[in-house]
Structure formats: C-alpha cells, structure tokens
Design a protein around this ligand. Sequence first.
Ligand code: GLU
Ligand code: MG
Length: 470
Amino acid sequence: MTPLAVPADPVPGGRPGDVDRATALSGELSGRGVHGIVLSYVDTAGVARVKTVPTAKLASAAAWGVGMSPVFDTFLANDSIVTTDVLGSPDGDLRLYPDLDGLVVLAGQPGWAWAPVDRITQEGDRHPGCTRTFLRRIVAEAEQRHGVTFRAAVEIEWAVGQGPSASGEFVPALSGPAYGAIRQVELSDYTADLLAAFAAQGVEVDQLHPEYAAGQFEISVGALDPVAAADRSVLARQTIRAVAGRHGYVVSFAPAVFAEGVGNGGHLHLSVWRDGINLHAGGDRRYGMTAEAESFAAGVLAHLPALTAVTAPSPASYLRLKPSQWAGVFTAWGRETREAAVRIVTGTQGLREQAANLEVKPVDLAANPYLALGSVIAAGLDGVTSSAPLPEEITGDPARLEPAEAKSRGVRRLPASLAEAVAEFRGDKVLRGALGVVLADAVIAVREGEIAAVAGLDDERIAAAYRWKY
Ligand code: GLU
Ligand code: MG
C-alpha cells in the first residue's frame, strides 16, 4: 500500500513509538526552559481553544490523551452552547492527543511549546466531530481514491491595534498609507521580532507586508500538506498575537474589524499533485492546467455557495464578503483576477511547476482551517470525479456585469448573509456527505446559533461582537 502523507490516528496507549519519543522530548524541552505544552484545536465556530499540560506530562498525554468535553464542538464564538442530536450534551469525554510531528517551541511565548491535537473517544474511536481528523481523512481518501496529494497555504491578514482590547474598541497602532513604508517603519520592532519568531519556529515566511485596511498587515507562508498547513495557520496566529502582546499591541483576525471597508481575508492556496507533478502546470488546458486541475477548479466553483457556510462562518464574515473589496464574492474564476472567487495563479515563467496553484478568496480567519481545507478539497474532487467542465474565464470585476450577462456566463453572487450560506449548505449533499452527519449537523447548529446571537444587531454591533474572538 502507498504510504499516506498524513499522520496516523491516535490509539489508547499511544501511536507506535510516540511514548518513547514524548519521554525524550519532554526531557529535552525541560532542558530548554519549556514548562508547559499548549494543546491546540479549533472548534466548529472557528475559535482556537486549548488545554495545557506541564512538560513532564507530555508522555502521558501521548499515551492516554488529555480529557476534554465534546461540548466544545457546539460552542459559539460568544461561548454559549447549542445542541444537535448528538453534540452539545454535558455528558461524555474525549481524549486530546498531541501530534508530536507538529510540536513547536513557541518563540513568542517563552516557557511554552505548542502542539495540534486529534480527538478520539475513550473507547479509542475517531471522534466524528474532530475537524483535524476530518481533514486527515479527506486527504487520505484523496490519495487512496484519486492517487493525488496536495500542497496548501493559508494567507493571514490581521489588524494591529493599540492595547489593551478591554474597552472593545479598535484603535489602529499605525497610521501610514496602505502598503506604505511608513507603516513598515512604525511597526519595525514588532515585525522584526515576528520574523525572528517564525524563523525560530521553523515557519517559512514568503512575505510580510503592510496591507490596506486600518492597522492591517499580511503574512504569507510556504505551502505544506493540508494538515500541516492548517496547523501552521493556527500556530502563526498564536505567534502573531503573542509577539504583538510583548510590544503592547492587540491584534484582530476578525473578518470585519469594522462594519465598513476592506476586511481580513484568509485566502486558501491549493494545488493538486500526482507522483510529484503539479497538475496545475504543464497541462494542455487553459493557463497550463491539466484537465483534472480544470475540473478541480470547476468543482470548487460549483460548491462555493454552500462552502461559504464553512469558509465564511461568522455573521461578521458577510460584512467582509462584499463586491469590489477583493474578497471574491462571485462564482467566477480568472487568471490573477483579484475579484473572482477563484484566482488561477500560474506563477512566473521558470517557477510554474512549483508555484502554480488555485487561490480561493471567500475564506476568512473565522473559518476553522481544517474544515475549510477539507471541504474545499472535497468540492474540488467532486469536480474531478465528474470531469466537470470549467466555464469561461471572467476578466475584470464581475460586479460590473449586467444581471442577464452574469446569468448567462454562470456568474452568481455568493451568499450575502450567513443564513443564505446555511441554506446553500443544507442543499449540498456532496459537502454534507464529505463532512459526515455529525460534523455537518454541528456546522448547521453552530451557524444557526451565531445567527440567533446577533439577531437585531446593526452592522457595527455585529463587527464589535466578533472583533476580539478570532
Ligand atoms: N483584504 C482582502 C480580503 O478581505 C484581500 C486583499 C488581498 O487581495 O490581499 O480578502
Ligand atoms: Mg492581502
């Protein structure tokens, strides 16, 4: 059997070799002044949640996991709890197992290391609500059924504010122009420390730049397999926040820090590979795509209205998802088109075999990255399975198309509210099937809970309600 590019499921007693490895690691970490390990996962609402253990307990965590209630699968961003047929009950316990391959000493938080977790039941079964397990499964099935692997990266945009955030207001920590040298100088010490922290953590940074909105910066990181890319996205945000705190700043990854204007995106970059060959380059279809890469893009486009319930999961996401704000709110694709939901990135001549990929824009950082990557991959593979044809390319801003022309060219506005997105998600059997009943129900219940939580609030209040949650 072909070895899978994804980590194995945890088992009671520990994955083979893990306990010895964790025992050695905990000695080494203690010697480096690491007192505790942050065990990280992301809930259905997109909030990063943790437990921590002292470094001396790492081997025990690798063997038997650390307990946590399944109730967190139906937490809302405001920490209230909704229920589904099987989730949200105060009963039961899950075991959180650190993935030792993902363990990193945190450069921005001296004394701490960090590891992503998978969750299994006390009986040793996969927990169907575990989003990291979901993404591992999707990637493993893609390899088994289609013989493909992926490379992925999540872009991170965030707003840097003057601390503390206790007032709830956001006051930008910088004043220079968008993409401006002034901004770079204003946050010189913070961003230099950030680059040092990323380097110390072994995170390959491609670029760091001042962005457009008030206080906004962006970082892009190198592509990895999807599970590692999702882990890295969570780790990167923990680092960005921790280093900011040491400089007296607060950060917001919320989709809309304010109700109006450009928001924080979390664009996904994804490429499909077979036998070491990038299917988005060197093919005989448009822009060097192979037939499969075109069908993959077509699958993503076809499922995008439903996908937004996963990739734009917060009521605040829809303050960002507006036309002509670079968030990609139309089911259209184009080469290097910043307003199409799917941007075909060919890379520069000479780099294409490595660099060509597909960027999905209607994704923000309220999205659970494991759910988002797994769902987008499932959508793309549905296109591959049915050899879906990729429609005609759209150039320019799709917002300028007259309704009749948009319709004839298959260009649809993505959901303009979370309620519309949930309705699309309910109707998408492929996506719900890929998630499985428990996870799909959790997504619906949590989204409906978020909708109810902001009922009657105006846009400014909605932005404020989620400003400091992600
Ligand atoms: N801030 C934009 C968004 O919300 C993206 C800007 C860019 O293209 O980098 O998606
Ligand atoms: Mg950007």
